[in-house]
Ligand binder design. Sequence first.
Ligand code: M6R
Length: 608
Amino acid sequence: MCGIVGVTGRADAQSVLVEGLRRLEYRGYDSAGVCVAGPDGALATERAAGKVAALSDKLGARGGLAGLSGIAHTRWATHGAAEERNAHPHRAGRVALVHNGIIENHGALKAELMAEGRVFVSDTDSEVVAHLFDAALDQHADPHDAWRAVIDRLKGAFALAAVSETAPGLVFGARKAAPLLAALGPGTGYIASDAMALPEDAATLIYLEDGDTVVVGAGSADVRDAQGRPAQRKQAAGPGVFGRVDKGPFRHFMEKEIHEQPEVVGRTIAAYVHLADGAVNLPAKVDFAAMNRLLIVACGTAAYAGMVARYWFESLAGLPTEVDIASEFRYRDPAFSPGDAALFISQSGETADPLEALRLCKAAGLVTIALTNTAHSTMAREADIVLPTLAGPEIGVASTKAFTCQLSALAALAIAAGAQRGRMDAQAVKGAIADLSAAPRLMGEALSLRQGVDALALDLARSDIVLFLGRNSLFPLALEGALKLKEISYIHAEGYPAGELKHGPIALIEEGVAVIVLAPMDALFDKTRSSIEQVRARGARVIAVADAAAAVALEDQSALTLVTPDAGRLATPLVMAVAVQLIAYLTAVHKGTDVDQPRNLAKSVTVE
Ligand code: M6R
C-alpha cells in the first residue's frame, strides 16, 4: 500500500527521499510526491500521477529541490482518484504532510476546518490532518505538543509524516494501526513505513508502537506514547547495505523469487527440524497437546497456505483445524471454546485484517501464534508465540517464496503436533521429515519445467478464462494457482475442488477452455482422472500437472502434461507450487503486464 519516507540531516535529502520511494515501489501505488525544506526553511513540493520515474522527471525538469530534510510518499488511492491533486504530500499553510491509512472522521474535521475558512484542494481524507497541524502550531509553543494534539483528534488507522516551516530540520511521525518506524544515523534521522526505504547509514531502527508520536531531528528521536509521555521503544540494527535486494540476473523480482525457493525453503525447514536426527526442533515452543482446536486466520495466499495445512494438522495430528479469511473472521463474532489456539499467517506481519483478528483472539484469551516473514512486524510483536519463515524480503506483489516457506513451516508444525499428540511415533516423524526435507531439491528440479510452461503460457495469454482443479491438499493450491494467474496476467481464473465441478463450475466448460488439473498419483487419483474425463468430454483443453506415474496414466487424456518430480505427501504441494507459479509468471510475461507491480494491487494491505 502507500509508502512513507522522511529524512533530516542529509545534504542530499531529495535523492534519499526519491531512492526511498523507489525501494517502496514494490508495495503498489498509483502516484508519488516529495516535499523538501529548503535552506531557508521554505517547503517545496513536487507530485506526479503514475510511477516514481514520472516524479523524478518532473524534479529533474525543475532542477531538483535543495534542502536537508523532507518527506515523500507513494499513494495507493483510497479517497479520491489517482490524480496529481490527490497525491501526497498535502500542503496547508506552513505544513506538508503524507499519510497512509484512512482518517475515519475526516468528514466532520473537514466541515469544522472549512467553517474556519480553510480551503481544501484534494478529495483525500488526509488533507484535513495537514490543516489541523498548521492550526495547532499556532496554539502550542512546543511543536511536538501541537503534533500530539492533532493526533488525539484523529479516528481511524494511520501512519503520518509531516514537516513544517516553523520547525526546520524536524520530521514529525505518528502511527496507529499502520506501520511506521523511525531510524537514526550519524547526524541523520529518518521515518519510514518500511525499513526497506532507508539508506545505508540508518544504523538504528526504532519500532514505534500504536498511538506513538515521534519527532525526528538530525541524530535524535523524541518518541512519546499515546498519553504524551516520553517512551523508549524496541531498537534493532538497520538493514545496512546487506539488506538491499536487487533482481540479479532475472528480469523480474517474481522470477528471482520463484528461483530462490529451493534455498529459502531449505533454510526455513532447517529452522524447524533437525535434519540429521530426523526430529522436529521448533524455533519456539508450541503446546499442541493442550489444544482442542486450531484456528488459522490469514488473507490471500497466506490463507491458502493455511488451507493446505489444515489437511496436514487434521490427518497427521488429529487436531481439529479451521481456516478463516481474516476479514470475515474478525466481523463474524467467532465462537471460541476452551483449548482453542489461533495461528495467524502473514508474510508482512502488517496486514490489517489478520492483525485485528489477532488482537480479537488475544482479548478473548486464546494463545496467539504469528507465522511471519517479518521478524519485527506488528504481528510478531503482539503475538504470544512468533514463528519465522525465512524467505528473505519478497518484493514481487504476487507472493511466491513466502508461500512455500509458509507451507514448509506449517508442515513441520503439523509433524510436531502429530508427535506431541501421540499420533506419530519417532519412525513416522522421521518419515515425514524425510518427505518434507526433499522439497528444496525437488523444487529445484521443478524449475526446469520452465521450458514446457513457456509454450503453454503463450497459449494461455490468449485465454479469457482458466480453471484450476485439485483435490485434498491440492485444492488450496488450485486456488493459489488461480490467484497467481489473475493477479499478474489479469486473466479470469478460478480454482475449484475437482469434486465440486458437477455442482456448477462445469457450466463454464466449452470448446478450448483451459483446465489445469493438479493430479499426483495419490489415493484420489482415479477420482481426479474422472473429473478430467468430464471436462474433456465437454471440449476442455486439459493441462495436467502430474508426477511421473500420473503422467503415464493420463497420457491419452491431457493435451499437455507438466511432469513434476515424484514427491511425498508433504512435499507435493511445494513442488507443484513451482509449476503454478511458472504458469502465472510466464503467461504474464507473454501478456506484457507489469509483473512485479500489477495494477490495483499492493504488497501489504495495511488498510481495510
Ligand atoms: O503479508 P500477508 O501475507 O499478510 O499478505 C496477505 C495477502 O495480501 C497476500 O498473500 C496477497 O494475496 C498476495 N498478493 C498474493 O500473491
